[in-house]
Write a protein that binds this ligand. Structure first.
Ligand code: GAR
Length: 265
């Protein structure tokens, strides 16, 4: 086995994906090792999972940071290197007609939290950051700190739907309510939009008449636990490459960034 990549993880909840990644590292299915687990949620069960495996953990309590920010906006302490114009111009998670004050409130409060995340993360050098059920949108401030080379993104996420359908916080629920006959999960790199970055891998399952939201969540999670470690291993083997193309359609020119897998390595 060659060198192990260093993997950082961010979680918000139960951490079953985190567990699958920890197990895959321990079983040699991923040439990697988890070097930290952070959470925005002090009650995240996944933190206990990490601690059981003696992985360093930390919490950045987003809820209390956002509450404090809203209570006393005169006292805000934005990080020194935060470039408001740059971050707001890159951010692509809000519809175009969104009120600027709403965007600023979002950006300021998240950047304050992200500066704390970066302070924690700085202690643990890493090659790949995996979001494993991390339920917070990251701003371009944080993303650009991590992705210093845009051709080599290094923040991965798992999403509970077949992107680009059903981005957002409830992928399986939205898939079910829409009446889709096929559901699935997607691993992708993070970009400035909501669940819009280059897709690394996907798995699908069929949705039958007898299915419920709970049963499709079960089917989906079982696939997530296989898919995420496989995608991380492709990263560890340096087999993921981003290709940029553009295409002109009725609405003008659109740029696509897609991941190709390098074979025979
Ligand atoms: C997973 O289904 C994951 O795809 C989803 O949260 C769940 C976390 O479960 N992530 C998102 O919705 C991200 N937008 P886990 O904590 O047991 O791994």
């Amino acid at each position: 086995m060659g060198n192990l990549i260093r993997i950082g993880a961010l979680i918000s909840g139960s951490g079953t994906n985190l567990q699958a990644i920890i197990d895959s590292c321990e079983q040699g299915k991923i040439d990697g090792k988890i070097v930290f687990v952070g959470s925005d949620n002090p009650g995240a069960k996944g933190i206990e999972r990490a601690a059981k495996h003696k992985i360093p953990t930390f919490i950045v309590n987003y809820d209390s940071i956002i509450r404090d920010f809203k209570k006393d906006q005169d006292k805000i302490n934005l990080p020194f290197c935060f470039d408001e114009k740059d971050v707001i111009s890159k951010l692509s998670i809000f519809p175009e007609d969104t009120d600027m004050q709403k965007i600023k409130t979002f950006v300021y409060s998240r950047v304050i939290a992200e500066a704390k995340l970066l302070e924690e993360i700085e202690q643990y050098p890493f090659d790949l950051l995996v979001l494993a059920g991390f339920m917070r949108n990251l701003t371009p401030y944080f993303i650009d700190w991590i992705n210093t080379d845009s051709n080599n993104p290094r923040i991965m996420n798992i999403h509970p739907a077949l992107l680009p359908s059903f981005p957002g916080v409830d992928g399986y629920g939205d898939t079910f309510r829409y009446g889709a006959k096929i559901g699935g999960c997607t691993v992708h790199f993070i970009d400035y939009g909501e669940d819009s970055g280059p897709i690394v891998g996907q798995r699908a399952f069929s949705i039958n008449e007898e299915d419920t939201i709970d049963s499709i969540k079960k089917k989906g999670l079982a696939l997530e636990w296989e898919l995420y470690p496989e995608c991380i291993q492709l990263f560890a083997q340096k087999r993921l490459k981003i290709i940029t193309t553009s295409h002109i359609n009725g609405k003008g020119e659109k740029t696509y960034r897609r991941v190709v897998k390098i074979i025979n390595k």
